[in-house]
Design a protein. Structure first.
Length: 122
């Protein structure tokens, strides 16, 4: 039962952080295609790792993480207020390259499909 609540809270926090990122005015974060990939919360919900990925690549994600780390207090307060949490978790932002890796994997898959189709046509 506790694990279900933890997962549900993590998804709620993920949704709110995504909305807060869109509202930030920091140039390191603003106008970037950022994605909150996942959130790992401690069992007591006091600490959380937030994995951030950027469509432009890992360097952009690292720059965005610097901006998000600077705004950590604001993000934590907003998450607590929006979700009415008794104690909002301490957040740590980590750059992740999974979105870019997924796009590359999909492009490789499409190339292989085209090669297979060309091979069958011949």
């Amino acid at each position: 039962m506790s694990m279900y609540k933890n997962d549900r809270t993590a998804e709620d926090i993920k949704r709110e952080i995504t909305a807060i990122i869109r509202e930030l005015k920091d140039p390191r974060v603003q106008d970037k295609l950022l994605t909150v990939v996942r959130i790992e919360l401690a069992s007591d919900l006091s600490y959380g790792k937030v994995y951030i990925s950027a469509l432009e690549g890992l360097d952009t994600a690292k720059t965005a993480v610097e901006g998000l780390t600077r705004a950590q207090g604001l993000i934590r307060r907003e998450v607590g207020n929006r979700l009415h949490l008794r104690k909002s978790p301490e957040l740590r932002f980590i750059a992740d390259d999974s979105v870019r890796a997924g796009i590359e994997l999909w492009e490789n898959y499409e190339q292989q499909l085209r090669k297979d189709q060309n091979h069958e046509d011949q």
